[in-house]
Ligand binder design. Sequence first.
Ligand SMILES: Nc1ncnc2c1ncn2[C@@H]1O[C@H](COP(=O)(O)OP(=O)(O)OP(=O)(O)O)[C@@H](O)[C@H]1O
Length: 307
Amino acid sequence: MVRIELNGLSKHYGSVKAVDELSLKIHQGEVFGLLGPNGAGKTTTILMMLGLVEPTSGKVRVCDLNPTHEPIEVKKKVAYMPDSLGFYDDMTALENLRYIANLNGQSTSKMEEALAWVGLQEDKDKKTSTFSRGMKQRLGLADVLVRDPEVIIMDEPTLGIDPEGVRDFLQMIRKLSKEHGKTILLSSHHLHQVQQVCDRVGIFVKGKLLASGDLRELRKQLFGSDAIQVKIQSLQPAAPELIEALKSIPAVSSVQARENVLLIECAENICHELVKVCVQGNLSITGVSQEEQGLDEIYHQYFEKRK
Ligand SMILES: Nc1ncnc2c1ncn2[C@@H]1O[C@H](COP(=O)(O)OP(=O)(O)OP(=O)(O)O)[C@@H](O)[C@H]1O
């Protein structure tokens, strides 16, 4: 079920095309990462999804609603977590949640449960002035849980949190999507984190979506190849017959032999098969490693190539 659908969506500020003909579908239960450098158009896209910025052209639908025309209905189904959350410092965690719930006319029955879920049960009666940034982000997540939305939109949710806090937070995001069926859109500069938690990623540059998909699809879209590179080291150079045998494997796209090293590019993970063929070809293997480009490499390599 599609929860977020953008179709040829554009937003122009004078001559600046903040978002340019953006089309994208995000399904229920998916964690989708919006990834891009400063000024790419991520925030503008989010604001259009929330009905806070009107598109110049194109369509946006969130939970089968038009945010521009039905902003209040959208607000009931979508929770937005900005990068820095404002809580009242002189109120406790519980009081803050109650205050927000009352303002939004929501039930307060799930507050304790939500605080326990994010691991703040023992801190619920502490004033939020004593909270670390990570604790405030978890309180933000508890607030989201109280609202029980269908879609959660987060802008840089892990900014300024320590590594352990980030790990816990990412686990919660994953759980919200996989166990609670929430659709999550996450905007971030943190490539490594996006890679850990997102099912799919969209790479934005200058208002345009350059590529979207899982890591493999991104590799293919950005580089025209989704190759995995396998490096096989051996005591002696590979015989020409062995190199030919490796090349004849359908998933293998190229084989390079340099002294005692074979570099094999293949379209899928067939490491075990390559090793078998090498052993049959009497190669004395001393090491095997597989290199698959992560999001970091994909992102940097792609932008370095374009400079
Ligand atoms: N209200 C506005 N008026 C004029 N220009 C704007 C406005 N909001 C955004 N822009 C411009 O639109 C472009 C996209 O900005 P946006 O904030 O959406 O990018 P972003 O990807 O969220 O960046 P960041 O990662 O820095 O938050 C930028 O060039 C920005 O200067």
